[in-house]
Ligand binder design. Structure first.
Ligand code: BG6
Length: 510
């Protein structure tokens, strides 16, 4: 039954109204990095432009550059002009830029942190930022412990009554289970769990949140969302780009740590979890943790995992370097740029339904999707030739770039004959809604400033994800051979096709 409330505006759970952050300072460490330039600074501007930041807001950049405040303001300005989602408006920029400051220095340098303390104190005074501070660590993971320790030593992690101090950590959260635990030990020794915001930007994507809307706001899908009807699930995150300028970061970790441990396993959790009692952070996390705890890496790692490395060649009409020829990549690197993994979920809903996860750089196109493949109808009252062109029914959640949902089923080809062919029924975000989707980082930064935790994985989820991935990574590390090369612009190495063929499936070519 639907309860109609007299005044929905009074309901604290009413999330339809835009929520505006309270006064605060956002400090970004590593402000010269790619993430900051392309995503964080533009997202801050977009939030300001949408009226979601308060007048008492300030942005502090911290990096190893000999910049004055104006230099940094120019950097933010250029990043915003180039990458912001919403149009540039002079008056918004003027107001935002008044609260911009820069602190030069190294993470390990005490003096730089003393300057940061002073800068923040000035801002609290001059801009009325209320003593509320968020520290965004957009820095190499190896520097997290030092940064957190500096924040502790300078008293920046302390929270006075009525004020808050939060730390934001970008993935990868650790390098394996052990290091993730160690990192957590360090962070939780300084910040209480409710002040730690781990960013997995996939959770900020509209279409990722729509997985929950689709599953739990409708009656249509949930009855078939189980092993009675689904025979396998494919989760794909394909990119057509190579590693770009991120050689140092990427070669040290590989694609499984880069995106499977976080984005893909989060997509799996949202697809497979039970319905939470509510969307309150605790409830949601419990369900995600339960399903991740039931997810198993393959016991036959040689048969049900595949890894690859892109070779040089032609892709999208241009000649591209192979991974081993990229700048700053050792010519004998064994780092994988493609990974495919079978995961089984040992619970009543999913027993017997393999989940296949795959991701890769330099693949045929950029696409992220979750495809549920259905079992054949138990009986087809047609002749075999009638249904020759009928594939399996499917529900495809198109996460990006062409956001929406596709249902695939069989329909009769017009004419006097009985011939059944598969057709698609599409919902496209662009066709149904006039609003354009906010960038994931807009939503996540706003949630940090609001202190709203549902979209941030907790440490338990991080640990469970490493428990799934660690045996696979150890197995790959033990192999003497290089990852299998694959053509740029292809759908990955042959080994991944063989892996699926073992179970009688083939990968989708979205
Ligand atoms: C990041 C990874 O988390 O996600 C990158 O570190 C990857 O390697 C990126 O390119 C993809 O994000 P999106 O939002 O473009 O799918």
């Amino acid at each position: 039954m639907i309860t109609v409330r007299a005044n929905p505006l009074r309901d604290p759970r009413d999330r339809r109204l835009p929520r505006i952050a309270g006064p605060c300072v956002l400090v970004i460490f590593g402000v010269t990095g790619d993430l900051s330039t392309k995503k964080l600074m533009p997202a801050v501007y977009d939030l300001a432009n949408r009226g979601l930041l308060p007048a008492g807001f300030a942005l502090v950049g911290f990096a190893r550059r000999d910049w004055a405040r104006q230099d940094f303001a120019k950097v933010v300005h250029d990043a915003v002009k180039e990458h912001a989602r919403t149009p540039f408006r002079e008056e918004v920029w003027r107001q935002l830029s008044e609260g911009i400051r820069f602190v030069p220095g190294e993470i390990g340098n005490d003096e730089a942190f003393s300057n940061l303390v002073e800068t923040i104190a000035d801002l609290d005074e001059a801009r009325g930022t209320g003593g509320n501070h968020a520290f965004y660590l957009s820095i190499p993971p190896g520097l997290f412990p030092t940064a957190v320790d500096q924040l502790r030593a300078q008293g920046l992690a302390e929270q006075q009554p009525g004020q808050w101090s939060r730390v934001v950590i970008e993935k990868p959260f650790g390098h394996n289970l052990e290091s993730a635990r160690e990192l957590n030990r360090i962070v939780s020794g300084v910040f209480p769990a409710s002040s730690v915001f781990r960013i997995d930007h996939y959770l900020g994507k509209e279409t990722v949140q729509n997985i929950m809307a689709l599953r739990f706001a409708n009656q249509l899908f949930e009855p078939v969302w189980n092993n009675n009807y689904v025979d396998h699930i494919q989760i794909t995150m394909a990119e057509d780009i190579g590693i770009g300028g991120r050689a140092g970061y990427f070669d040290a970790i590989g694609i499984a740590r880069d995106v499977v441990q976080n984005h893909l396993l989060q997509l799996l959790a949202l697809t497979a979890m039970e319905e939470p009692n509510s969307f309150e952070a605790g409830q949601l996390r419990v369900e995600k943790q339960k399903v991740l705890a039931a997810a198993r890496p393959p016991t036959q790692l040689d048969l049900y995992t595949a890894r690859g490395q892109y070779a040089g060649g032609w892709a999208g009409g241009e000649r591209v370097k192979g991974y081993l020829e990229e700048d700053r990549i050792p010519p004998d690197s064994r780092t994988e740029t493609y990974a495919a993994i079978r995961i089984d979920i040992e619970n009543r809903r999913w027993a017997g339904v393999p989940f296949y996860l795959r991701t890769g750089k330099r693949l045929a196109r950029r696409v992220t999707e979750i495809a549920l493949g259905f079992k054949r109808a138990p009986h087809l009252p047609f002749s075999k030739t009638d249904t020759e062109k009928l594939g399996d029914n499917a529900i495809v959640l198109r996460i990006q770039p062409d956001e929406g949902v596709t249902l695939r089923f069989g329909a009769k080809v017009p004419g006097t004959q009985m011939e059944i062919r598969e057709v698609n029924m599409d919902f496209a975000y662009g066709g149904s809604f006039t609003e354009s989707s906010p960038e994931a980082y807009e939503r996540l930064i706003l949630d940090v400033l609001l202190g709203d935790p549902p979209l941030f994985p907790q440490h338990e989820e991080v640990e469970l994800s490493w428990e799934i991935l660690d045996p696979i990574l150890d197995y790959w590390a033990s192999l003497p051979e290089q990852p299998e090369p694959y053509e740029p612009g292809s759908w990955g190495p042959e080994g991944a096709d063989i892996m699926l063929a073992r179970n009688g499936f083939s990968w989708r070519r979205p």
